[in-house]
Ligand binder design. Sequence first.
Ligand code: FE2
Length: 181
Amino acid sequence: MSEILNNLVSAARDAAAADNPSKALRAVLTDSLNHQEDMADAIAALAGDEVCLFEDDTCSVWTCRYDSDVVLAPHEHAMAVHVAVYRGTEVEVLYKREPGVMRNGGNKAVHAGDVISLGKDAIHAITSDGVGQSHAIHIYEGPLTAIERSLFDWKTGEAIAFTMENFHAMRRAKADMAEFQ
Ligand SMILES: [Fe+2]
């Protein structure tokens, strides 16, 4: 792992062990924006669009690159997540589950230089906006791959087991989605 990503993981682990992890993790991400271009380059250099840099019981640190023509399926994390965007614009497509239906709760554009947080009950689909992939770090306040969590049917909101296979099979073309018309 590159030194800058290694340093970020170290800082995240310290923050996740702090008295107020949410505040401390946001501070780590805000601080990382002082090296915005170097962070973006380090994320760009990775082979995968989504790479888990670290996970233990206290936090999970992922790099995330998203394409603007594809929207990844609605899902929960069951824990708070903090996001910093270093290049491009990541778009959180927010949903609320109501009986038998998914309601779009608006689309939140997170531009390069921004830090946002989603609460543990948030449901989002995810994409990017503009030219080229978005480049971000996502830090989850727990062991993301160790817990059971759900994807949700785009229309009915029916819960579907979260697996990477299901996650990628359920992706949609942005051009086909009413949320982006
Ligand atoms: Fe997510």
